[in-house]
Design a protein around this ligand. Structure first.
Ligand SMILES: Nc1nc2c(c(=O)[nH]1)N[C@H]1C(S)=C(S)[C@@H](COP(=O)(O)O)O[C@H]1N2
Ligand SMILES: [Mo]
Length: 415
């Protein structure tokens, strides 16, 4: 068994597979995961705020940018994780498989880290294509919970590997005094207790695990590997980031959403038909109910039009990674709140005509309710709001995820 593991490692050895490469890729991967974690936490608490939390409403694109970065960094994890696994692959066949408790901890944390990361980025990517039905668990809660498992196992992994990380952090560790690359052609064996087969560890030096006729390990091999990883990373970003960042829109080949497509020149997330509101939304009896305890006022669409109208530029920024700027027109939410004597510090709960959906009820903290840019929109991009965009009226507020921009409003209650 040990002999076999030993042979596998020898066969898999390559100059691009060494500790320095693992550290270089690992740094980028760690950074990408931290960025995803931070922006993910922001997105999570916007959707499930704790009572004491107050969120920034400016800049208006704060969520658009943060979620765009989240999705882009997440997509970047595909080539990076692949490259990282490639660079350490022979290490999976260490002999003996378990040597000590810290080493066991390290391998276990990697196993957890790798498997959860793969689940995380694959389901995350599927989510950007709205393929929720493919997995039998609620996406958002699972994505949130897994992120802590990933960050935790990553922390353990970094702690255990700290000596290696320090040693190969800087490039000069691989070059001699004259700046030439150090190439070790022989493999490095360490005596392993209780076994007659020596164990082999990554030395970070460029060597090949070839038992006979060691071949020189050319620097270009390792460089070439990093270049390929770089090109692959640049390509996936270029071909998808356009759904989040307008400048790259022309190159958005794989991203599911395109700019300017759809009614009112804006993509539709869920259609009126899918939300089963095609009848209720156009019913002549439709009114928007403003409710403040016992004070209730209803507004027909005509009455909403008669209130002071404001025009604002605000993006729809979907959690699924696409976003687009649009021009909205309608009364301010705070004017409607004032019409039922709502206090300045009030939060609201908005209810949609849509039934039985996670998006049917939305809570909004005071900072958004009072914001002058928060509208009950009646028009979009210079036209009447399309049925698919929330006719007769929908919410639009600065800096919030698309999921909270409730369409087909029916009731707004002070809470
Ligand atoms: N009632 C209701 N409102 C909703 C949704 C929904 O499914 N039902 N989808 C939300 C999501 S996830 C997004 S991204 C935005 C998209 O708005 P749009 O379809 O007008 O572009 O609407 C939000 N408002
Ligand atoms: Mo969304």
């Amino acid at each position: 068994m040990q002999k076999l593991l030993h042979q596998i490692r020898s066969a898999l050895a390559a100059p691009s597979r060494n500790a320095r490469t693992a550290v270089v890729i690992g740094r980028l991967l760690g950074l990408a995961f931290l960025i995803c974690f931070g922006t993910g936490i922001f997105s999570h608490f916007l959707q499930e705020p704790l009572p004491w939390m107050v969120f920034p409403t400016r800049p208006i694109f704060i969520y658009q940018v943060s979620q765009g970065i989240h999705i882009t960094a997440g997509i970047l994890c595909f080539p990076l994780l692949f490259a990282k696994l490639y660079s350490i692959f022979p290490e999976l066949f260490q002999t003996p498989p378990i040597r000590s408790f810290p080493q066991f901890l390290e391998r276990a944390s990697i196993a957890v880290f790798v498997s959860t990361s793969i689940v995380q980025i694959v389901t995350g990517l599927l989510n950007t294509y709205q393929w929720y039905a493919l997995f039998p668990f609620p996406f958002r809660q699972t994505h949130y919970a897994l992120s802590f498992v990933i960050i935790g196992s990553l922390a353990i992994h970094i702690a255990v590997k700290l000596p290696t990380i320090q040693k190969y952090w800087r490039r000069k560790d691989n070059v001699d005094e004259k700046g030439a690359l150090v190439v070790h052609q022989e493999y490095v064996d360490q005596p392993s207790p209780g076994s007659d087969v020596p164990s082999r560890g990554l030395t970070g030096k460029l060597f090949r695990w070839i038992d006979e006729n060691p071949e020189p390990a050319p620097e270009t091999n390792r460089r070439g590997f990093l270049v390929i990883v770089g090109i692959a990373s640049a390509a996936v970003v270029t071909f998808t980031a356009g759904q989040s960042f307008r400048v790259l829109d022309v190159a958005n080949i794989f991203g599911p959403r395109k700019n300017g497509i759809g009614p009112n020149a804006l993509p539709v997330n869920r259609t009126a038909k899918a939300a089963k509101v095609t009848e209720t939304a156009v019913a002549a009896s439709w009114v928007l109910s403003m409710v403040n305890g016992d004070v209730i006022r209803t507004f027909t669409r005509e009455e909403l039009h008669k209130l002071p109208q404001y025009e604002v530029e605000l993006p729809i920024a979907c959690v699924e990674g696409w976003s687009q700027m649009a021009s909205w027109k309608g009364p301010r939410l705070r004017d409607l709140v004032a019409a039922v004597d709502g206090k300045a510090g009030t939060s609201i709960r908005a209810t949609s005509l849509e039934q039985d959906s996670n998006y049917a009820v939305m809570d909004m903290p005071p900072e958004y309710v009072q914001d002058e840019l928060t509208l009950v929109a009646l028009e979009l991009n210079g036209e009447e709001l399309d049925l698919d965009h929330g006719y007769p009226a929908r919410m639009i507020a600065p800096g919030r995820p698309g999921v909270l921009q409730t369409k087909w409003l029916s009731r707004i209650e002070m809470t």
